[in-house]
Design a protein around this ligand. Structure first.
Ligand code: TPP
Ligand code: MG
Length: 514
């Protein structure tokens, strides 16, 4: 068995059975090994940002790593922006990056670069296999590294001769460490804060935003009067009817500061202390008021679910009823398209167990409120701020969960970074309904321009923020890639077309003209 095949077999035996790929010459032995091994689904992306973004969506929903196959330094580089997002989301992922044969590197052929150097800022674990005999073992180590909770990026670089030379048998995945439980001192500090009778926020992120821990947090909130909040962006929130709903800290600094102005204690559970996405002249970097104490109950690496259960135990909150949302869908709106009517329509029609991939930027600011009482669903956000994640993330989530409807909420500017994901959705017949908010502008940047005090924009500056002239035809783009699409100019049209998308088994795009 050659090295490449020993790696593919090791991946499959280790539970990694999806590979998002964009291969080249140096990965050909890996590609043909895929033919010889059952149990690996291979999904082609036509740009590496689609590949890494899809692996992110997959990892979040499957709670285990997908693999990617990338072509040397440049292939990896094309995928780095979404690898950054996945890294910030703590998504498990195994990247396989092909390289020149070990003996060829010294000739400095055109595709040669420092792959390890490019991978390191976005990976927890980076290794170049030295020879074919090491490939299976290195692959098994990469799976363990990626699967170490809460989830990590492992990047294994595979020189071509390590793929084509004689390898070993399948290697077993080393044991994976469990998450550390929180320290008793941290618990005592959180308890003191919750019992202080001073205004207290439980700030949640990570796995603490799944249904069960949210339920426990809801009981703690009931028992103590603490307020529940989630980070501004989160990898995955389980929400909707029957679950405890949680608001997020708003993105705009003034709104975040106003929300937190009276808070004296923030207890962090797998969350980070709230800071601004950016610095702005004359606005604070830290969102909490002076004198507010930050108590880290569980870091993002620690077991926040166990910490919440322990906290509830100590507080005797187990007998409380969690404040779960009743099923309460908005009325179907009619008339003009507004951000409110769109949010209401989406909230009314969101299917049971939908997976929402949200990169709606300014068009989606009302969505969270209008979907609180919708059918139960998962909500995935961009945690790294690098736009161009939504369409790929929806693609990967659909691969992970073929029995669930994926609803991708995508803004036009962000969508243009990785629109090739639509082609992958068509080829794989993935069940994704995309709502594309076509406002022909980088709307958020107009606000940011005012916020940083950059002065009044002139024509040249505005041209850098507006993406019309020519206007982008999203129905045309979708059709060209094999995805059925329609354009909505009134909310009644939107409701009809969104319904059609949801009824269609496979990809569909509704272009919303704003
Ligand atoms: C990789 C990357 N490049 C550039 C930016 C800067 N940026 C932030 S938001 C944005 C435009 C968003 O426009 P759109 O997706 O249309 O959403 P809208 O603001 O119109 O709601 C840009 C270019 C970024 N965040 N990430
Ligand atoms: Mg826009």
């Amino acid at each position: 068995m050659i090295g490449a095949e020993s790696l593919v077999r090791t991946l499959v035996a280790g539970g990694v059975n999806v590979c998002f790929t964009n291969p080249g010459t140096s990965e050909m032995h890996f590609v043909t090994a895929l033919d010889r091994v059952d149990g690996m689904r291979c999904v082609l992306g036509l740009f590496e940002g689609v590949v890494t973004g899809a692996a992110d969506g997959y990892g979040r929903m499957a709670d285990k790593p997908a693999s990617t196959l990338l072509h040397l330094g440049p292939g990896l580089a094309n995928g780095l922006a979404n690898l950054h997002n996945a890294n910030r989301a703590r998504t498990p992922m195994v990247n396989i990056v092909g390289d020149h044969a070990t003996y060829h590197r010294r000739y400095d052929a055109p595709l040669t670069s420092d792959i390890e150097g490019a991978a390191r800022p976005f990976s927890h674990w980076v290794k170049t296999s030295p020879d074919a005999q090491s490939v299976a073992r290195d692959g098994a180590e990469a799976i363990a590294a990626a699967s170490t909770p809460p989830g990590r990026i492992a990047t294994l670089i595979l020189p071509a001769d390590t793929a084509w030379n004689e390898g070993t048998a399948i290697a077993a995945v080393p044991s994976i460490p469990q998450r550390a439980k929180v320290a008793r001192e941290a618990l005592a500090e959180a308890l003191a804060a919750l019992r202080s009778k001073e205004p207290c926020v439980l700030l949640l992120s990570g796995k603490a935003l799944r249904e069960h821990p949210l339920n426990v947090a809801g009981k703690i909130a009931r028992a103590t009067g603490a307020k529940l909040l989630a980070q501004t962006s989160n990898a995955r929130i389980q929400r909707g009817a029957g679950r405890v709903s949680i608001d997020r800290i708003p993105y705009p600094v003034d709104q975040a500061v106003a929300l937190l102005k009276d808070v004296r204690h923030v207890v962090l559970i797998e969350a980070k202390a709230p800071v601004g996405f950016f610095a702005y002249p004359n606005k604070p970097s830290v969102m909490t008021p002076e004198g507010c104490r930050i108590h880290t109950l569980a870091t993002p690496l620690e077991d926040g679910v166990h910490a919440l259960e322990w906290l509830a135990d100590e507080l005797g909150a187990g007998g409380q009823t969690a404040p779960v949302e009743p099923l309460k869908k908005p009325e179907i709106p009619t008339g003009a398209i507004t951000l409110e009517s769109l949010a209401a329509a989406i909230g009314a029609l969101l299917p049971d167990q939908a997976i929402v991939a949200d990169e709606s930027i300014t068009s989606g600011r009302n969505l969270f409120g209008f979907t609180k009482g919708s059918a139960p669903h998962d909500w995935l956000q961009n945690m790294g701020g690098s736009i161009g994640l939504g369409l790929p993330m929806a693609t990967g989530a659909a691969v992970a969960c073929p029995d669930r409807k994926v609803v991708c909420l995508e803004s036009d500017g962000s969508g243009m970074y990785t629109l090739q994901a639509l082609w992958t959705q068509a080829r794989e017949k993935l069940d994704v309904t995309t709502v594309l908010f076509n406002n022909r502008v980088y709307n958020i940047l107009k606000g940011e321009l005012a916020n940083v005090g950059a002065g009044n924009p002139g024509r040249k500056a505005l041209d850098m923020l507006e993406i019309g002239r020519p206007d982008i035809d999203w129905c045309g783009l979708a059709n060209a890639m094999g995805v059925e699409a329609s354009r909505a100019t009134t909310i009644d049209e939107f409701v009809d077309q969104f319904r059609t998308g949801l009824k269609t088994k496979g990809p569909y795009l509704v272009e919303v003209m704003l």
